[in-house]
Design a protein. Structure first.
Length: 223
């Protein structure tokens, strides 16, 4: 009888320890979920699901061109974030390429990019992007597809307002019958610039995240 009583007490003790560990594990998981949700909220506090950007800087043709010159470059774009890290963008660019005081022509491009924001919950975040573009001379007499890729850093200076500095490599595939520049079938150039990002949107997503946070908190209180 005494042995049976000891066995029952031992079984109850083991069960109690198991339930305590399970409860503690659930509390840890709830706290982790809570932290994750609050972290996501940080993105919508300082940024948003959409942004309009304006940028200006310089272009420099690369390759076997004598005495390349820096020329002015402008950009106007729109970006949509699919997740906090990943965004897609479209931009209109106006720029000039020049070298050796003998060549100075204007071009336009419509760029489509995929962008990865490395630290979306922070006020300072590096980012990388790349994509495909339609490139043409200003009069659209010569055209060619283009690919581009770049790196940059964004600084959130005010809520929903970011400043960025970036560098971008571009490669243009010219038509053999109508080359972009002289007899070249392809050219490459750099674009360096400073930009301003104006964020908006994401309010509904933020409200949904707040509801999830409240649910987790209420669940912890009930326990």
């Amino acid at each position: 009888m005494l042995i049976k009583l000891k066995s029952v007490l031992l079984l109850l003790a083991i069960s109690s320890i198991g339930l305590s560990n399970l409860s503690a594990q659930k509390d840890v998981e709830s706290n982790q979920d809570n932290k994750r949700l609050y972290k996501k909220l940080g993105f919508y506090d300082i940024r948003g699901t959409n942004s309009v950007d304006i940028a200006a800087g310089s272009t420099l043709i690369t390759g076997d061109f004598p005495e390349p010159e820096f020329k002015v470059y402008f950009r106007l774009g729109y970006k949509r974030f699919i997740t906090e890290h990943l965004g897609v963008s479209i931009a209109f660019n106006k720029y000039n390429l020049a070298f050796n005081e003998t060549f100075n022509e204007g071009f336009v491009s419509f760029d489509f990019n995929l962008e990865y924001l490395m630290a979306p919950f922070s006020n300072i975040s590096p980012y990388a992007y790349g994509g495909y573009s339609y490139n043409a001379s200003s009069d659209f007499q010569t055209t060619g597809p283009k690919v581009q890729g770049g790196l940059g850093v964004e600084f959130i200076v005010f809520k929903k307002v970011g400043l960025e500095i970036f560098g971008e490599y571009n490669y243009v595939f010219s038509k053999k019958t109508s080359p972009i520049i002289q007899e070249e079938n392809s050219i490459s150039f750099l674009r360096l610039g400073l930009g301003l990002n104006l964020y908006f949107g994401g309010q509904k997503t933020k409200e949904r995240l707040l509801e999830e946070v409240d649910t987790v908190i209420q669940s912890n209180i009930i326990k």
